[in-house]
Ligand binder design. Structure first.
Ligand code: 2AM
Length: 180
């Protein structure tokens, strides 16, 4: 089963992000009900291992905190793959990320070593983005570089199953872990 752990976007954040998406000049938009901030991508895993991970995650014992989405950028350099909204510096978010990784490792799940770049993906791009599209994207990024959203409270994280099909990915919540 393909799984990941994420922070859900509350309705207000979804509205703001959908609005940002609405004038994006290029790219395949992430559906509003798929918007999330990934804390850990587990990839394809045997169900038994996911059950162990779930048991470990039920011991998650961290406080709720505020999250502010800010800034827009792309991954992929000159050949952008993903356009996203970032998050301002947030020690509580970093602690949550580190704790989840350590619980997953403790349960036997090895994750890729990657620098944590908290982000919410707004759109994905095809392998080849044409020069005019690149130019429109560059302008959009300039116009939205100072984007700042209202902070929202993060009081839980969600374990999702992700099924990738022809129409894109479908995300099913499997379990929710509360922050107190
Ligand atoms: P993204 O938002 O940067 O695209 C479900 O697929 C989530 O897991 C997505 O949010 C995606 O991040 C992330 N994800 C998918 N494949 C990944 C990979 N190979 N490494 C890290 N994260 C991945």
């Amino acid at each position: 089963m393909r799984a990941f752990i994420a922070i859900d976007m509350p309705d207000l954040a979804c509205d703001v992000l959908s609005k940002l998406q609405s004038d994006l000049p290029t790219g395949r938009l992430a559906p509003p009900d798929n918007l999330h901030l990934t804390l850990a991508f587990l990839g394809e895993q045997p169900v038994e291992l996911l059950e162990d991970a779930h048991a470990a995650l039920t011991t998650l014992d961290l406080p709720a905190f505020d999250l502010q989405l800010a800034g827009t950028d792309t991954f992929g350099g000159n050949a952008p793959k993903v356009l996203f909204v970032g998050a301002g510096p947030n020690p509580a978010l970093d602690r949550l990320h580190a704790k989840i990784r350590s619980l997953l490792h403790g349960s036997g799940l090895m994750l890729d070593r990657q620098r944590f770049r908290p982000h919410v993906t707004l759109a994905r791009f095809p392998a080849r983005v044409t020069a005019p599209e690149m130019e429109r994207l560059r302008r959009w990024l300039l116009a939205n570089a100072d984007f700042v959203a209202e902070p929202f409270r993060v009081d839980h994280v969600t374990l999702y199953r992700s099924e990738v099909g022809r129409g894109g990915a479908v995300h099913d919540p499997l379990a929710r872990y509360m922050l107190t």
